[in-house]
Write a protein that binds this ligand. Structure first.
Ligand code: RIB
Length: 308
């Protein structure tokens, strides 16, 4: 039977524009049209789980406004159970300003808004969802104390914990590392977490190993066009990803994590789950936007067949 996924995290409206190149300090540049696309790391991951055929509920906060309503509807259409989202009066729905350059790279500014109201009290009110889920998936765009509470509650209940440490915190409490089954930083986040200066100096495998030594069971470093590095106490393996021409890397990491959770929920091995997640994110980067770029399961199954 398929395991149930609970995503605890952020929901944003992405305000996206494309530029030839990122502006320097003090420089004004022209962008293309402005597009409004549902995003937020939590919502993107939940969307990926839903679109890829997983059973998923989401906990998070939106404002009582148009952006919140659009986000809720979009997630619901992607098969995410949104009935437990909190609609707050105190803040507007979170937003993100996203610039995409001609290479498909992005820069993102997040304005958290209602996401900051995703607090411990709300999570305690929704304890039943923790109890009935098997995999708890978190990122770092809601208050840190709520994230650490959710992780410890999930572990108390013996659930599988996946933490996508994005945006990377300066530090994670020592006791939390022991409770994480899968930690999924990208290279920048990995570097920040080990307080390294460059990955030439601190080789990536060594860096991931440091997080294992802190108590995390498995670390998966997403490496963009180079694939993903899986590390645990026994192994350190790089899983390459198929080559594509990237148009927009927004939500590539989110869809990787969501896809990985779906595959685990289906009982796949770590290797199979990473290969599936690589395939999904290789499709996501060829499309524009966050949730708008996440494919349905049928697209991935067909592609997997073609690549056999
Ligand atoms: O990971 C991409 C996401 O980061 C965007 O959708 C944006 O909302 C920010 O949360």
């Amino acid at each position: 039977m398929q395991k149930k996924v609970l995503v605890v995290g952020s929901l944003n409206m992405d305000l996206v524009t494309e530029l030839d190149k990122m502006p320097n300090v003090g420089e004004t540049v022209l962008g293309s049209e402005l597009r409004y696309i549902p995003g937020g790391k939590g919502a993107n991951q939940a969307c990926a789980v839903g679109k890829l055929g997983g059973s998923v509920k989401m906990l998070g906060c939106i404002g009582d406004d148009e952006f919140g309503r659009i986000q809720k509807e979009a997630l619901s259409k992607s098969n995410v159970d949104v009935t437990n989202l909190k609609i707050t009066n105190g803040h507007n729905t979170g937003a993100a300003l996203i610039y995409i350059d001609s290479e498909g790279n992005n820069s993102i500014i997040v304005i958290p808004g209602a996401n900051m109201e995703c607090d411990i009290e709300y999570l305690k009110q929704k304890d039943l969802l923790f109890q009935e889920s098997d995999i708890i998936l978190l990122q770092m765009e809601i208050p840190y104390d709520a994230i650490y509470y959710a992780i410890s509650r999930a572990k108390e209940l013996n659930k599988i914990v996946i933490l996508n440490p994005a945006p990377a915190p300066k530090e994670i409490p020592d006791e939390t590392f022991n409770m994480i089954d899968y930690l999924t930083p990208n290279e920048t986040e990995l570097l920040k977490m080990i307080r390294g200066t460059s990955l030439e100096q601190d080789s990536m495998k060594k860096a991931a190993r440091q997080l294992i030594e802190k108590g995390t069971k498995n670390v998966i470093v997403t490496l963009g066009e180079r694939g993903a590095l899986f590390t645990n106490a026994e192994d350190a393996i790089i899983y390459p990803v198929r080559k594509v021409k990237a148009k927009d890397t927004t939500a590539a990491g989110d869809s990787f994590v969501g896809a990985f959770a779906v595959a685990l929920a289906e009982g796949k091995s770590n290797k199979e789950a990473i290969e599936f997640a690589n395939l999904v994110s290789s499709v996501v980067v060829t499309k524009k936007g966050a949730q708008s770029s996440i494919p349905e399961r049928s697209v991935i199954d067909k592609l997997a067949q073609e690549l056999l």
